[in-house]
Design a protein around this ligand. Structure first.
Ligand code: ZN
Length: 318
């Protein structure tokens, strides 16, 4: 049964979504914010090292003028402090500008190389954009673009001030218009991207902490951020389930694993039996654990397991 038949209004859909965010996402996000603050301190301490030449001058001055009756050492100290503050603020402003520039770079890429979904271009997709926006209570629908990516099956959501935009790789759109005429699987992919935007995964107040946490060597970039990313993927899948009623959710998982031609010929229960961890010895399981630990999306067996159980807020993170 189409699970969305149980929901009647956008409020109902949103109420369901509020209950299905992955139960570890917010705690991991809070840890990421703390890590981000530590990352900023790491960044500033690097800047302090950059300004150490002034400290060197002060030390030389202190040594050569032990009786500093004019208080020049104090003036130098204040100067160093003020320069440190100005430098720190300047570093932040530069950082924000470069961060925003990278986001506008992605938007410029859409303006330069993509086709915008509209009433006239891919109208079937556009109708879903309006439907999902209505269900999520958005007055302004996101801009959805199609861009060919040389065979890569993917989609992503991004944000610039005042706009959310989604790229559907043309290879993904092909499944709707070619061989399988499979709009529902494409809609699940798109609904997942709506989920990222609805849960604020792409807005700057969320992503900026990821960037700061990245300043912590190894732990930030190799462990914490992939962990947060995996929890967000589960949450976005739950939004997709609420928006689509779970229609073709398994086809979507099989598509990601088997590609846009063969995915229609897979049997998910056979797949799940083969990826069952009890089939593997402890070393093999550990090897797979490592693959998942460094991945920004949960490995397919974990993600498919979570999809098959739509009422849980969880999904295996490690
Ligand atoms: Zn995602």
């Amino acid at each position: 049964m189409d699970q969305r038949q149980m929901f009647f209004t956008p409020q109902d859909v949103q109420a369901v979504i509020r209950q299905t965010r992955h139960n570890k996402e917010i705690p991991i996000y809070v840890i990421t914010i703390i890590a981000g603050i530590v990352g900023v301190i790491c960044l500033l301490s690097q800047f302090e090292a950059e300004t150490s030449f002034l400290n060197d001058i002060k030390e030389i001055f202190d040594e050569t003028n032990p009786s500093d009756s004019f208080g020049i050492a104090a003036i130098l100290g204040i100067l160093i402090f003020i320069l440190g503050i100005i430098g720190g603020i300047g570093a932040f402003i530069l950082f924000f500008i470069s961060y925003l520039a990278s986001l506008y770079g992605l938007y410029a890429d859409q303006m330069s190389y993509s086709i915008r979904v509209s009433e006239n271009n891919y109208p079937e997709i556009y109708a879903k954009v309006l439907e999902y926006s209505y269900l999520l209570g958005w007055r302004k629908p996101p801009e959805v673009y199609v861009q060919q990516m040389n065979g890569e099956l993917n989609a992503f959501t991004c944000w610039v001030p005042g706009r959310v935009f989604i790229q559907l790789n043309a290879e993904m759109v092909d499944i709707a218009y070619l061989e399988h005429k499979d709009f529902d699987t494409l809609f699940f992919v798109m609904a997942h991207e709506f989920g990222h935007a609805y849960l604020h995964h792409v807005q700057i107040h969320y992503t900026i902490w990821n960037t700061f946490a990245n300043f912590i060597p190894f732990i930030g970039s190799y462990f914490l951020l992939p962990l947060l990313s995996r929890s967000r993927e589960y949450s976005a899948d739950r939004v997709a389930q609420a928006l689509t009623g779970g229609k073709n959710q398994i086809d979507c998982m099989m598509l990601l694993a088997a590609g846009r031609h063969a995915y229609k010929y897979t049997n998910v229960y056979d797949y799940m039996a083969w990826v069952d961890k009890r089939r593997y010895n402890i070393i093999e399981r550990f090897a797979r654990f490592i693959v998942n630990m460094f991945a920004d999306h949960p490995i397919m067996p974990y993600r498919t397991s979570a999809i098959l159980d739509p009422y849980r807020r969880s999904g295996k993170l490690l």
